[in-house]
Design a protein around this ligand. Structure first.
Ligand SMILES: NC(=O)c1ccc[n+]([C@@H]2O[C@H](COP(=O)([O-])OP(=O)(O)OC[C@H]3O[C@@H](n4cnc5c(N)ncnc54)[C@H](OP(=O)(O)O)[C@@H]3O)[C@@H](O)[C@H]2O)c1
Length: 250
């Protein structure tokens, strides 16, 4: 971490795999104490152990971001364990194969509640605390290239990520209007090889077919961008980073 960086505790949502796990490891290496949350507690515990073994500090707490009360409890638990949160990485999210002409509605609901509602509640709970202290900090939203164009069949997933983009700009404007020094950033990746495609298609085999088509980004590629954004000097606010695998066409 650079000497003038104001941050030292980060909460990463969806830290049990993929981009969230890589971001937690990367931020720990950069000197942050990291709060880890997700639903799969065994994964979180293993990651916290790895981070500690590598000389970092981590605290794992279960949280389903669809439940506002659980998010509140998670933020409280992380602050009790590690101290005031300086960086929130809103990464928890998922896509489901649920076209607009087919549903199922339950999959739309899960995407909307996780990717949009969960992100809003986590942001509210953390920024409330930041504002009550010195009104500094950084909120990073993991959006998607699907926040910038709509892949066929992924209308609802894209709608959640377009929403994330609107929420990033909406938050930035509210913070500026309030005279706050909290910064906001979104990162919009294309294909990243994680558990995302297996969750989307409901099968490992289909996921392999997605990731074998081209050389995808790694979770670590995205984690490096998060670490870069949150370690800029306080007067620098990166708004959005669009990042695709070189071979990705769309
Ligand atoms: N992979 C890509 O190609 C890609 C591209 C652009 C954007 N993204 C975005 O990147 C973010 C991370 O995805 P990933 O690619 O790393 O996929 P991933 O490996 O499937 O990770 C998703 C993470 O979100 C967590 N999560 C899902 N639902 C949750 C809930 N209700 N409450 C708490 N945590 C929840 C999962 O943890 P649990 O299951 O343990 O709860 C997991 O840790 C997502 O927002 C995704 O939309 C991914």
């Amino acid at each position: 971490m650079s000497a003038d960086a104001p941050t030292n505790v980060a909460l990463v949502t969806g830290a049990s795999s993929g981009i969230g796990a890589a971001t937690a490891r990367r931020l720990a290496q950069a000197g942050f104490a990291v709060g880890l949350c997700a639903r799969r507690t065994n994964r979180l515990a293993a990651l916290a152990e790895t981070i500690a073994r590598d000389g970092g500090r981590a605290f794992a707490t279960p949280c389903d971001v669809r439940d506002p009360q659980a998010v509140r409890a998670c933020v409280e638990a992380v602050e009790d364990a590690l101290g005031p949160i300086d960086v929130l990485v809103n990464n928890a999210g998922l896509g489901r194969d649920a076209p607009l002409l087919e549903g199922p509605v339950e999959a739309w609901q899960q995407m909307l509640e996780t990717n949009v509602l969960g992100l809003c509640v986590a942001t509210l709970e953390v920024t409330k605390r930041m504002r009550a202290r010195d009104d500094r900090g950084h909120v990073v939203h993991i959006a998607s290239m699907a926040a910038h164009r709509v892949p066929t069949g992924s209308g609802v997933y894209a709608a959640t990520k377009f929403a994330v983009r609107a929420l990033c700009e909406g938050l930035r404007r509210e913070l500026r209007a309030a005279g706050s020094r909290i910064r906001v950033t979104e990162i919009s990746p294309g294909f990243v090889e994680t558990e995302f495609a297996a969750v989307f298609h409901g099968s490992e085999e289909a996921a392999r077919a997605v990731y074998d088509r081209i050389r995808c980004l790694s979770a670590e590629d995205v984690a490096q961008l998060v670490a870069f954004a949150v370690t800029r000097p306080p007067h620098v606010q990166i708004h959005d980073i669009l990042v695709r695998p070189t071979e990705q066409e769309d």
